[in-house]
Design a protein around this ligand. Sequence first.
Ligand SMILES: Nc1nc2c(ncn2[C@@H]2O[C@H](COP(=O)(O)OP(=O)(O)OP(=O)(O)O)[C@@H](O)[C@H]2O)c(=O)[nH]1
Ligand SMILES: [Mg+2]
Ligand SMILES: [Zn+2]
Length: 321
Amino acid sequence: MASNTDKESTTGTVIAVRPRRIIVQTDTLVVPCDMRRGLLQGHRDQRNLIAVGDQVALTVDEGNEAVGVLQEVLPRHSKISRIGSLKPVREHVIAANVDQLLALQAVTQPQFNARSLDRFLTLGEVGGISCAVCLNKLDLTDAEYCEKLLKPYRVIGYSVFTTSAITGDGVDEVADFLRGKTTILLGPSGAGKSTLLNGLMPGLDLRTKEVSTSSGRGVHTTTRVDYLPLPDGGVVLDTPGLRSIQPWIEPSRLATMFPEMRDSLGQCRFRDCMHITEPGCAIREKLETGEINADRYESYRRLFQGLKDDLKDIGELPETN
Ligand SMILES: Nc1nc2c(ncn2[C@@H]2O[C@H](COP(=O)(O)OP(=O)(O)OP(=O)(O)O)[C@@H](O)[C@H]2O)c(=O)[nH]1
Ligand SMILES: [Mg+2]
Ligand SMILES: [Zn+2]
């Protein structure tokens, strides 16, 4: 029998975050939810307390149309965060409870950008999840050129995929990678994230749009994180091509997010070496010998400087959960 309030307590997964409502999938229902009063208190350092992928406790009122009240956000096993693009510096959790990250770049249209790829990879590294690289639009170039772009990533242990979302080349390998896991798909606007997912899921029909011919850039077709269950098990989160990608991490810890630098950490002359100008730096020695790729190091240097600039007024990142 229904309780005197006719409200059921249950748990579910956040599948969409709308301006006024959080959409939660329970075992049996998709429920638009309001937040319990006071839920957001004490979380001013976060731009958003709740992200797609969060597990939540809720109460559901099953009237004609079910509506819910979100009571609690359950502990996360992972999160993908960046520094929000607006001041003051606040954490923007892009997604929660993801198992792996696939960083997609087009080989051209828009032009492959190693800086951008490395930024996306650091988001996954900071989140403590495994990362892989996908180079798309293979049909617009030759395989040799793709391999040249991907080699530095292969060498440091990332899984790499090459695809054409248009011809379907390489898409089966990506499907194998995604099966049974929750994966966040990240990459610049126009790289082909939504097109690739449409190819993987017949009938999905995500909106996609041509890259602007004047700027050579994507036009920001996907505008929020889409939670997409895969036909053979697993979930993919399609994301908008984010412009500002600063990982939520102290600059002093950034080098630990570059797999090829980890072995050298602790071997520099100065214990607090940031690997920028210090003498006796083990990482810059490896850069000299070519053991560390110069392009990847350049990404490190720019990310480091960007984080320093972001934190110059506040010293360090506020603590979040
Ligand atoms: N030639 C070619 N074009 C592709 C390929 N994949 C995607 N495109 C085209 O690239 C354009 C952008 O694709 P989208 O899937 O909208 O890109 P997106 O990464 O989802 O972009 P946002 O949603 O803006 O972040 C579309 O016109 C696609 O048809 C590919 O493998 N080859
Ligand atoms: Mg898209
Ligand atoms: Zn150093």
